[in-house]
Every structure is written in structure tokens, then in C-alpha cells.
Design a protein around this ligand. Structure first.
Ligand code: SF4
Length: 374
């Protein structure tokens, strides 16, 4: 459908909806996480939902008959300032459909970031890069953005070619993830960087658009963490869009996305490896709709109960209800004498109780808990 003449407000609404496949809800202002883990509010928009690409799951694919809209870089800058001055946002998340090619699109994204910075904007800018963004533009975008990353969408070049036929997984995605990693490392060495934090590498997976099992996604995330210093994977459940090649495919349940987030936190914050999850996948390699950490604890009854006062840091991290912050507090405060003390340190006692003992005494045993909980 050709682009109609829409008012600025109509175009803002259309383009906020168009960000659905960029890890957020569909309102213009959304929540995101900064590199320090803090939740921040961003104005989230596409430059345009017209796209030369034909990704099979995407409502913005070129062949689809839909209402199209575009904002100019100057309009995005104006809207960002207007939200920012009202304290409605702390920054901008900018993505786009492909305007001709990746180079042309990245030039426009850079124009937005440069304009904002030239006008004294010190807020957060997260630029979602297009597959195939040229290196020289990526370097310039890095100068003006706090965070920049490219979406991997899936786990392999074979899967990728099934859903994103216009791009090459190894070159357009993996090479860009590598460049992004190197640029972030370089930017972090700069003193000050305008007082802004330079973020960590991030990417997104569309879960369930192809048939990759959770085991494959988790192993890819772990590989990316290792290889590209990936800090934050985003997961977006596939939801079939009418008038696309995948319109008759089955939607991926939302809980799958949530369980993958939990598994990724266990790798990022708890140091778990992809292979640690092998014991909790079903025969097809999928997670159950249950807390993976609890499942892992059930899968290793021989590890429990463990004594809070003698367990190592890594052992304590295996206990449901105990996270990295509470482990640090426990290690500093030992010996611990009561559950009340643990609760004050942030331990979720109802989850941890069946798996711990304090100086040899425990309130229940794991097996009785499993009967009740199963
Ligand atoms: S590149 Fe693919 S995912 Fe991105 S807007 Fe275009 S069709 Fe959609």
C-alpha cells in the first residue's frame, strides 16, 4: 500500500505499533533496560515501516498490504525533545524498516543521533542497527549512541535464510555483532564519553518463527555471550501476522519467552553454561513452563540440602530463592544463625527452605517438598 498523507500523530502511532518486533510493547513510550540494569523509559519508534526486506514473520515486509508511514529525522528529533523536556522519557530507541538498503537507512539513523547530540541532548540513545550496516556508519553511530546492536532473530544461517531471505546470517548479522563488540570495548576505554554510559552488546531472537528448540536458542545465547560479549538477549514470541508467509503457523506461547529470559539470566548472572540445562529439556529440547532454576534443583537432589554456612559461592547460587546479591551478603555475614537473617538479606525463604540447612538443621526435606510441589 502506498504511503498516505497522515498527520504527525497518526504517523507516530503507526510507527510505534511497527516496533512490535523490537522487544517492546506498542506504545510510543516504553520501558527498556540500560547497561547498568536500570529500567529506563524511551521513546520508541521506527523511522519508517516501509521496508525493502521480506522477513516472513514481519508486518512491515515489503510485499504486505498495510498502511505505511515515515518520520523524517528532524521530526523524530523534535518529538524526542518534546517528550524529554516533559520528563516523559530518558531517551530514544530508534529502529527502522530498510529504506532502499542498509547504508541509506543507517545514514538516516545517524542523522537523528547527530542532530540530537548537536542540540545538546544528553539522554540515552539506543540505535537498532540494520542487518548489513556498513562499518564506517556503525563506527559513527557508536560515537553518538549509548547502545547499538543488530537482531540475530534465530540460531543459524539455515534458519535465518528461511525467515529473512534478503540477508546473510554470517555476514550481515554475526560480523556486525563482532564489530559492535569491538566498538563497545573501544568506547568504554574513552574517558568520559560525554558523561554517557556506553552499553553492552544486545540482540533479539524471534522465538518460534522457525522450529529451533530452546536447547538451540540457549546454546546460541551462551555462544554469543562468549564470542560477542552479548550482555542482553531479548526474546520476542512469534505471533502469526495476517498476509505473511507464516500467517497459518502456530503462535509461540508467551511463557516460552519468559522461561528463555530466566535461562539467559542464569547464564549471565549465575555463570551457568548452556550444557547445564541439558537435564531439564524434554526429548525435543524444549523447556517446561516452570522456573528453570527450580527444575535444575529438582534434577540434582544429591546436591541438597546444603549448609548455608559451609557451601561455596557457586553452590549457594544453585539454591532457588538465592540470587547473586543475597549470596554476596551471606558470604560476608556468615555464620548465619536463622532464616530470619537470610530473609533480611533478600533470600526468598519459601523457595529456598527445602534446599538449605543452617548449621545442620533444616525445617523440611526436599522429597516432602517435591511431593507437595509436583
Ligand atoms: S528488515 Fe525484516 S524484520 Fe526488519 S522491518 Fe524489514 S521485513 Fe521487517
Amino acid at each position: 500500500m502506498t504511503e498516505q498523507h497522515h498527520t504527525l500523530t497518526e504517523r507516530m502511532r503507526i510507527l510505534a505499533q511497527g516496533t512490535k518486533y523490537d522487544s517492546c510493547n506498542q506504545s510510543a513510550v516504553c520501558h527498556a533496560f540500560g547497561p547498568d540494569g536500570r529500567c529506563i523509559q524511551l521513546y520508541k519508534t521506527l523511522l519508517t515501516n516501509s521496508c525493502a526486506g521480506e522477513c516472513a514473520y514481519c508486518p512491515n515486509r515489503s510485499a504486505r498490504d498495510t498502511v505505511r508511514a515515515t518520520l523524517t529525522p528532524a521530526e523524530i528529533v523534535k518529538i524526542t525533545w518534546s517528550f524529554y523536556r516533559k520528563n516523559a522519557i530518558e531517551g530514544l530507541f530508534l529502529s527502522s524498516g530498510i529504506i532502499g538498503d542498509a547504508e541509506n537507512t543507517a545514514e538516516k539513523q545517524l542523522e537523528v543521533a547527530k542532530l540530537l547530540r548537536s542540540q545538546g541532548f544528553t539522554g540515552y540513545i539506543h540505535t537498532r542497527l540494520m542487518p548489513g550496516t556498513p562499518k564506517y556508519l556503525l563506527e559513527e553511530i557508536a560515537e553518538h549512541s549509548n547502545k547499538f546492536g543488530v537482531n540475530a532473530e534465530t540460531t543459524s544461517s539455515v534458519n535465518y535464510s528461511e525467515i529473512c531471505p534478503n540477508f546473510d546470517y554470517n555476514n550481515d548479522i554475526l560480523t556486525r555483532l563482532k564489530w559492535t563488540r569491538d566498538l563497545i570495548k573501544k568506547q568504554r576505554r574513552k574517558v568520559g564519553y560525554g558523561g554517557r554510559i556506553v552499553g553492552a552488546n544486545d540482540t533479539q531472537f524471534v522465538v518460534g518463527a522457525v522450529n529451533e528448540p530452546d536447547s538451540e536458542i540457549i546454546s546460541t545465547v551462551h555462544k554469543f555471550m562468549d564470542r560477542y560479549a552479548l550482555r542482553r538477549p531479548y526474546f520476542m514470541s512469534f505471533d502469526p501476522v495476517p498476509d505473511t508467509p507464516l500467517q497459518n503457523s502456530i503462535a509461540s506461547p508467551k511463557w516460552r519467552e519468559n522461561r528463555l529470559y530466566q535461562a539467559s539470566f542464569l547464564m549471565k548472572d549465575y555463570g551457568m553454561k548452556a550444557s547445564d540445562f541439558d537435564v531439564i529439556f524434554n526429548d525435543e529440547g524444549f523447556l517446561a513452563d516452570d522456573d528453570p532454576k527450580m527444575r535444575l534443583a529438582y534434577a540434582h537432589p544429591d546436591y541438597f540440602p546444603m549448609d548455608i554456612n559451609t557451601a561455596t559461592r557457586d553452590e549457594l547460587l544453585m539454591v532457588p530463592g538465592i540470587g547473586p546479591i543475597s549470596v554476596n551478603r551471606i558470604m560476608q555475614a556468615r555464620p548465619i544463625l536463622s532464616e530470619q537473617e537470610l530473609a533480611r538479606m533478600g533470600v526468598v525463604i519459601s523457595r529456598a527452605r527445602p534446599f538449605i540447612e543452617i548449621n545442620g538443621s533444616k525445617q523440611t526435606n526436599l522429597y516432602s517438598f517435591m511431593e507437595v510441589g509436583s
